[in-house]
Design a protein around this ligand. Structure first.
Ligand code: MGD
Ligand code: MGD
Ligand code: SF4
Ligand code: MO
Length: 707
């Protein structure tokens, strides 16, 4: 008997396909049950340890995407003004020829550097990177900066590795401290399951957030913090840990550079000082430091996922990683670990198109990353929220063509109005999407990609304690005139004279290209949909074998990356300013049944959560005469929105909160059109200029009842 819960489905012509979910980027392994070329059920891959059949609501709702009449069905070329919704249906040849001709014109006039591509990093990113390099442009962008750019830089400044190289061993932890890492709503399925297991085994959870989230309600200890003051809390925790000698002296002596500088720096940061800043009682701070150290080294100060809240984000994220280092929890079971790839398991890594010899691109990036003014953000991702600024200012040069692939910059870069002005300056805007994103709606050409259930993608090398390979396979044939992205890129490249960098003619050829020399073949995926390359976790020896990638070979509290580029390792603490009278800080986030800006029009998910609401503290609401469920106007100096109030005691009085992704303007997305308000319309495009993330929660708003 098959171990699938769908086994009892009475399917004639039954097929079970192992694949990878793409309702969000977490990429959980799934099985898709197919009957007569239609998807009947999707569930988690039961063979994968830590997943064991689980799927989240969004993963199951992938079924709703497949036969959706509001999907993109054919290539479209715009015929009316931007946003007028006037399109001409085109063949693939017409649409691709049109784009190639425009790109060639723009290249001739402004140079290859004026062509940019922005995408949500995905399994085919080695293909899009190759495309941009082969064209001769430096301007390849991912979403990374908007999500976790400052965390990436923080990790590089301490360990020499990006955050992508790091994981948390929640399953074996004894105590985990989350700072607004709302793990039970902003999901990573495997991690949620690991955490639940650890909690059943007695692990403690401390949750810190100005808002009582679902994760807060599951925690052993919830601490309501004043928005934007977590750094003060961490400095006080370090103060207590150092003063009471709670740190792991042997580990710190071997692996940490700069303890004395830290000690001097946090000396004045007493728990009483932090209490005034954060609103968390001093005794709670002392207790937390002591309890965390009792659990060490199986303790995790969770460094977060989205790290794009405030302008000092890099220093906050650094402080979290330093707390782990002080308690010796880096590279240990139940703590934080460095992910190992195929190479660490003694195998040859997957081959990427970017391994080819590609033309060297010497131009500076249009976002300034890599120049002395903006040296630290990761140039392999760029800083995408600087793109609208660069387009508008034509500084350092004009950017005239933008291709977006699986990314919606209009909604995912703060300040909608400014983004719109930037897009209007482009001579060519192309969206590769599966539905009318907000950006697609204003594009010149829309290329419809087949959805993940209809297509395969490049094989995934999943690094971890036990590296493994996963594969996304088509489960059904495409419903409409759509194509997979890897094919779209190749077809476009051929028209631009760079086809030779895409040496595949089919999905199988692409897969075999990747697998070459690894000793692994496509057949190895047949039974379970993945290939394990090792059966035991790989840890580096904590006594002497941690391969840190910093110049000193240590965890650099005093950071050569920062200081060699003119930034301090320990800048003076600057308090975030409280909102001016009559204003609130606008906080944003996600919840369990929606993905960013992708799922608001999904037929099942839009039924579950059709709009967003504005969380507002009860006393503040009463003062403003706002009643539960009433429509309110939220206004910032950048824009406004109308939304229903959710009046509650469960949020700090300085803040209001809304889900990201609502307040949509595309009429052809009828299930979410005009529902709720958009955070992007209210936010200001301000960044952490050291780490690279936008400060999405920098903005203050007013709230008033409507009518
Ligand atoms: N204002 C504001 N901005 C934010 C955030 C916020 O909270 N507020 N959050 C930030 C964070 S953490 C992140 S990660 C980013 C995410 O930013 P985005 O990547 O822009 O958001 P997503 O919703 O993940 O996906 C964007 C687009 O991908 C399309 N898509 C989905 N599946 C496919 C597919 O298979 N193929 C193709 N071609 N397209 C597909 C969707 O239809 C959607 O239009 O946004 C960041 N920006
Ligand atoms: N269901 C679902 N799951 C997802 C995603 C999704 O779209 N949907 N997206 C994935 C992605 S790309 C990301 S980046 C992650 C995001 O995962 P998280 O970073 O865990 O989640 P967010 O929803 O962005 O929520 C941020 C939380 O921070 C709190 N917060 C705001 N200000 C402060 C502050 O000053 N201090 C503290 N301590 N807390 C504060 C907010 O109240 C909110 O609860 O989720 C991932 N998982
Ligand atoms: S968390 Fe949910 S939506 Fe995201 S990949 Fe996993 S099952 Fe799919
Ligand atoms: Mo994210």
């Amino acid at each position: 008997m098959l171990p699938y819960s769908g086994r009892d489905l009475n399917l004639s012509d039954k097929k079970i396909i192992h694949s990878i979910c793409f309702m969000c980027t977490v990429r959980c392994p799934i099985v898709v049950m197919v009957e007569n070329n239609d998807v009947r059920l999707i569930e988690g891959n039961p063979h994968v340890s830590g997943i064991e059949g689980s799927i989240c609501a969004r993963g199951a709702a992938g079924v709703g995407l497949l036969n959706d009449q509001e999907r993109l069905k054919k290539p479209l070329i715009r015929t009316g003004p931007r946003g007028s919704g006037k399109w001409k249906e085109a063949t693939w040849e017409e649409a691709l020829d049109y784009i190639a001709q425009k790109i060639n014109e723009i290249k001739g006039r402004y140079g290859a550097r004026s062509i940019a591509l922005a995408e949500r990093a995905h399994l085919n990113s080695h293909i899009s990177k190759t495309f941009v390099r082969a064209l001769g442009s430096p301007n390849y962008f991912t979403h990374d900066s908007c999500c976790k750019g400052s965390l990436n830089t923080a990790f590089r400044s301490l360990t020499g590795y990006t955050d992508a190289r790091v994981g948390v061993d929640l399953g074996r932890t004894k105590h985990v401290i989350f700072y607004g890492r709302n793990i039970f709503e902003s999901l990573e399925l495997k991690q949620v399951k690991q955490l639940v297991k650890a909690m059943e085994n007695g692990a403690k959870v401390t949750y810190i957030d100005p808002r009582v989230t679902i994760t807060a309600t599951r925690a052993d200890k919830y601490l309501m913090i004043r928005p934007g003051t977590d750094l003060a809390l961490n400095y006080a925790l370090m103060h207590v840990i150092l003063k009471e000698k709670l740190y792991d002296r042997e580990y710190v002596r071997r692996w940490v550079l700069g303890l004395e500088r830290l000690r001097d720096f946090v000396e004045p940061c007493t728990p009483e000082w932090a209490e005034k800043e954060t609103g968390i009682p001093a005794y709670e701070i002392v207790n937390l430091a002591r309890e965390a150290s009792e659990a060490s080294p199986a303790v995790i100060f969770h460094y977060g996922y989205r790290s794009s809240n405030y302008t000092n984000e890099i220093y906050f994220r650094r402080s979290i990683i330093m707390l782990n280092a002080l308690l010796g929890s880096i590279e240990t079971p139940g703590g934080i670990f460095f992910k190992k790839g195929l190479k660490d398991a003694g195998k040859k890594p997957l081959r990427k198109l970017t391994d080819q010899e590609l033309p060297e691109v010497k131009e500076v990036r249009c976002d300034g990353v890599g120049t002395p003014e903006f040296p630290l953000p990761d140039s392999s991702h760029g800083v995408v929220q600087m793109l609208p600024e660069a387009i508008l200012a034509e500084d350092p040069y004009p950017v005239k063509a933008l291709i977006v692939w699986r990314f919606d910059p209009l909604l995912s870069i703060p300040d909608y109005e400014k983004n719109m002005r930037a897009l209007e300056k482009l001579d060519l805007l192309v969206s590769i999407d599966i539905q009318f994103s907000e950006t697609a709606w204003y594009s010149d050409v829309i290329l419809p990609e087949s959805i993940y259930l209809e297509r395969g993608d490049s094989i995934q090398e999943a690094a971890g304690l036990k590296p493994a390979l996963f594969i996304r396979k088509p489960a059904v044939t495409p419903r409409y005139d759509t194509r997979p992205g890897w094919e779209i890129m190749k077809l476009l490249a051929e028209r631009l004279g760079i086809g030779r960098y895409f040496p595949y003619n089919s999905l199988e050829e692409l897969w075999n290209y990747q697998l070459e020399g690894t000793g692994i073949s496509l057949n190895d995926f047949a039974e379970k949909g993945f290939v394990e390359v090792i059966d035991r976790p790989i840890y580096w020896d904590r006594k002497d074998g941690i391969k840190l990638n910093t110049p000193s070979g240590k965890i650099e509290f005093v950071s050569s990356l920062l200081e060699n580029n003119g930034f301090p390792s320990f800048p003076d603490y600057e308090p975030v300013s409280p909102p001016p009278p009559g204003h609130f800080r606008l906080m944003v986030g996600r919840m369990a049944v929606h993905t960013h800006v992708s799922t608001q029009n999904n037929r099942y998910l839009s039924e579950l959560v059709p709009e967003n609401v504005l969380w507002i503290n009860r006393q503040e609401a009463e003062r403003l005469g706002i009643k539960e469920g009433q429509m309110v106007e939220v206004k910032s100096h950048r824009g406004r929105g109308l939304i229903r109030a959710y009046v509650t005691d469960l949020i700090h009085p300085e803040a209001v909160f809304m889900l990201h992704g609502f307040g949509r303007n595309v009429p052809l997305q009828s299930r979410c059109f005009n529902k709720g308000a958009s955070d992007t319309m209210l936010q200001e495009n301000i960044s952490d200029l050291v780490g690279g993330s936008p400060a999405l929660q920098h903005v203050f708003v007013t709230v008033k009842p409507v009518q």
